[in-house]
Write a new protein. Structure first.
Length: 187
């Protein structure tokens, strides 16, 4: 029976997906699936408004880190992981007198629960807007009867994903409530 614990690997930022792929291929090639069953890149789905279109993308919540479930009681497992191009090493490794990492320190259960819980919460909540609005900023209405009108954000209703925007209609400032999807930030 293997002793699976969660570890954090430091990797080159921006290369997480490629490194995860290399790791998975190496694990399969060397038949080590039971010693490294899970590799996770902590991420969340976010959307952004670009040219009036909603774009969904995945954003890493911990850039430069990958979390793995592994049994490191066999020394070759540590070497398989650290020999992957782009892997810097284990986070929290105790180092010996020579400066070489001795034993990687596993995450406490509370830490892994918090990280995995945040990922589950992000999945449950679905998408969230990456670029929230700020009071006083100028926006352009992209949809509805006030399409192409410019306005100023007066209030933000985060829980409803709506804004109160002051729009000039017939020379008078008029408050209009619009959803996040109906407006776009001015650059």
């Amino acid at each position: 029976m293997s002793e699976l614990k969660w570890y954090v690997i430091r990797v080159v930022a921006g290369q997480e997906k490629k490194i995860k792929s290399y790791l998975e291929n190496d694990i399969i090639r060397q038949r080590l699936e039971e010693y490294i069953p899970q590799i996770i890149i902590p991420s969340e789905k976010v959307y952004e408004m670009r040219n009036g279109k909603k774009r969904l993308r995945e954003r890493n919540t911990l850039p430069g880190y990958i979390i793995i479930s592994a049994d490191l009681t066999r020394p070759e497992i540590t070497h398989v992981i650290t020999d992957i191009p782009g892997v810097i090493g284990f986070l929290g490794s105790e180092t010996g007198t020579s400066g070489v990492a001795k034993t990687p320190v596993p995450l406490r259960q509370a830490e892994i629960n918090r990280i995995l819980g945040k990922m589950d919460e992000a999945v449950e909540q679905g998408e969230k807007l990456e670029t929230p609005f700020i009071v006083g900023e100028t926006v352009t209405v992209m949809d509805g009867p006030f399409k192409s009108f410019k306005g100023t954000v007066e209030e933000i209703f985060e829980e409803r994903k709506k804004l109160k925007v002051m729009v000039k209609i017939f020379g008078r400032n008029t408050p209009v409530e619009l959803s996040y999807m109906e407006v776009e930030k001015q650059d």
